[in-house]
Write a protein that binds this ligand. Structure first.
Ligand code: CA
Length: 234
């Protein structure tokens, strides 16, 4: 059972989250400050982190960024009372994989936690895939462009691998959410757009090393991965 880190300064919410997750058999460590959480994360590997963004000592988004840096394999879920879209986007860009808005419904929390732990890095391994000079090795979970590694977070890799399975084919938002995040997705899908934006940015950054595919937005439908045009000889 992977270890879980709960970062929540509110005594009531923190103890409810901790006791609920502990009752499900998870090995939970609860911290009430950002500093405490960062110290815990410095010497323990967590499978999942639930992070309240409103902390008394440090900015939650900064804590998110630092946790992401030293817990690259963890699924990071933000808890936010602030329903404003900007906070969610900033948090997702800082490294969170998902978010839940408060008040947290325990049934939804447990469903998401189970889905994340089950699906973390779970897009079916298969053979090597390539588009242009981008190569995806699902078994080794590596993406490279002409031997330069494209450093991707777990869900970014899964999303790219999902799109790479069918270049040129339109994939609906619902299919992407269910294949990469959860088969019974019922939350907002802002998460998907932020991950696509991050993928595009990373693909653009590495495109100096070789031709990479493009992710095309299909309004009201979803996304399509397009292979780069073949390079003309001479
Ligand atoms: Ca708080």
């Amino acid at each position: 059972m992977p270890k879980m880190l709960v970062v929540e300064d509110d005594q009531t919410i923190g103890s409810v989250l901790t006791s609920t997750l502990t009752a499900q058999g998870y090995d939970v460590v609860w911290h009430q400050t950002g500093r405490g959480a960062l110290l815990a994360a410095a010497d323990t590997e967590f499978g999942l982190v639930l992070l309240d963004l409103g902390l008394p000592d440090l900015d939650g988004v900064e804590v998110c960024r630092r946790l992401r840096a030293n817990q690259p394999g963890a699924v990071l879920v933000m808890l936010t009372a602030r329903a404003e879209e900007m906070d969610v986007v900033v948090g997702l860009e800082a490294g969170a994989d998902d978010y839940l808005t408060k008040p947290v419904r325990l049934g939804e929390l447990l469903a998401r936690v189970r889905a994340h732990l089950r699906r973390s890095g779970s897009v079916q391994p298969g053979g090597m895939m390539s588009a242009g000079e981008l190569q995806i090795d699902p078994a080794g979970r590596r993406a490279t462009v002409a031997d330069h590694e494209l450093v991707l977070r777990t869900k970014e890799f899964d999303l790219l691998a999902r799109l790479m399975r069918a270049p040129g084919v339109a994939v609906t938002r619902e299919d992407l959410m269910s294949d990469v995040w959860d088969e019974h997705w019922f939350g907002p899908t802002k998460t998907l757009d932020v991950h696509v934006a991050a993928l595009r940015r990373k693909l653009a950054e590495i495109s100096g090393h070789g031709a990479v595919p493009r992710i095309v937005t299909l309004r009201g439908h979803g996304y399509r991965l397009e292979r780069p045009p073949p390079r003309s000889a001479g």
